[in-house]
Design a protein around this ligand. Sequence first.
Ligand SMILES: Cc1cc2nc3c(=O)[nH]c(=O)nc-3n(C[C@H](O)[C@H](O)[C@H](O)COP(=O)(O)OP(=O)(O)OC[C@H]3O[C@@H](n4cnc5c(N)ncnc54)[C@H](O)[C@@H]3O)c2cc1C
Length: 449
Amino acid sequence: MALAARKIEPHMVPVALVIGGGIAGMQASLDIADKGFKVVLVEREPTIGGHMAQLDKTFPTLDCSSCILTPKMVEVGAHPKIELMTCSEVTDVQGEVGDFRVSIRKNPRYVDLNKCTGCNLCAEACVQRNRIPSEFDMGIGKRSAIYIPFPQAVPQKYVIDPNCCFMLTKGKCGKEPKCQKACGTNAIDFKQKEETITLQAGVIVVATGYDHFDAGLKPEYGYERYENVLSGIEFERLCSASGPTKGTIEINGKEVKRVVFVQCVGSRDKTVGNEYCSRVCCMYTIKQAHLIHEKIPDAKITICYMDVRAFGKGYEEFYDRVQREKVVFRRGNPSEIYKQGETLMVRGEDTLLGESYEEEADLVVLATGLVPRDDTQQVGKMLGLPHSSEGFFKEFETKETVATSREGIFLAGCCQSPKDIPDTVAQASGAAAMACIHLAKARTRGTES
Ligand SMILES: Cc1cc2nc3c(=O)[nH]c(=O)nc-3n(C[C@H](O)[C@H](O)[C@H](O)COP(=O)(O)OP(=O)(O)OC[C@H]3O[C@@H](n4cnc5c(N)ncnc54)[C@H](O)[C@@H]3O)c2cc1C
């Protein structure tokens, strides 16, 4: 086959913009960059990683989450074709497929990325050292006003919280800021200002992920009243060997012996307006029950459920295994959780036995569902994307989950609907493949004669 006339499609800027640096955004970025196209990855937080970075182990294989995630994060940070912009948000998108004109706001980090060596001396010197609730540890652990979100963060650079730092809130921190004095490379720069940069991109992958259902909207479960009622993600941090308790499952210094899990908190629940299934809570609860059994073999563990959805590869087998670990599965979610002395009382009706129950617990974990991010509407408006009745970004058709109604804009991960990590990664690779089909038009290519 001879190569004939060479054809150039001039209206395709050979750059992909990826919005969101969770596992979906990272996978899409790596796939596109590995094909030789430039990627600009915009992440709002000071580090990439998203929610997966907060998980302890992953179901059903019980792989350590950060052991899978960290190499990918490092690869993204070091990839010559990926420009990583953290502390940044896309504020405007104009144009069409092939030539989107994008404005990005870079929020100040107050630390010079080129000078910071990640040595931690600044955080040690901070007058608010280990006093501020850590977002990464869901408030269970503490951090300083200058901090790195977690040890494997990418980039490995510190950031100053403008809402907590005395220099930034009061204009003064003692005689001179201790962090600045401690920094050996002069990296701290309180004068940094917000900047807006503009760029062109041929295609866009949206990978902005999800938020957690606010369990306070189910007051009958006592989430905001009792410190030993936790959400699913809080439990992940409590259980994690790299978490604030180094993986010891204790409340107020006391190991827990009776644990009740409550399924479908904020999912399949018309009373809070969420009729959909969050697709991961059954499995993450079964995983968490197993992790307790592993750490505290004599703990009494009960999972209250409506029905168990174990749909993925190896999920049913994992569910079986955990049943054999003597975890009690009780059909019927509780109607109320209250305290009697120091003990939590979980009250409900067992719909299999047809009788009411009351269980004592030292710890209750609520399997909080996945909800759309607060700014989904705003981001959707900016990109011209509709959202589904549940509030997630709407795919073009149910059979085409990566495409949207706007040509050249693709969806990856939980911003489209709740899903587990394998499905998130598969969708992200799908979105990257679609993006590359467009981007390839920018390349000089041969046509068959
Ligand atoms: C308690 C719990 C346990 C779980 N356990 C498991 C498990 O064991 N196994 C499993 O398969 N799945 C598990 N999951 C599901 C898993 O968390 C998700 O599948 C996965 O994290 C989805 O990744 P994502 O990239 O789509 O979203 P996210 O992780 O939410 O990442 C989105 C990223 O986009 C960024 N972002 C958001 N908006 C913007 C914006 N406007 N501009 C720039 N950046 C933005 C965010 O800061 C974030 O970094 C669990 C979920 C929960 C809640």
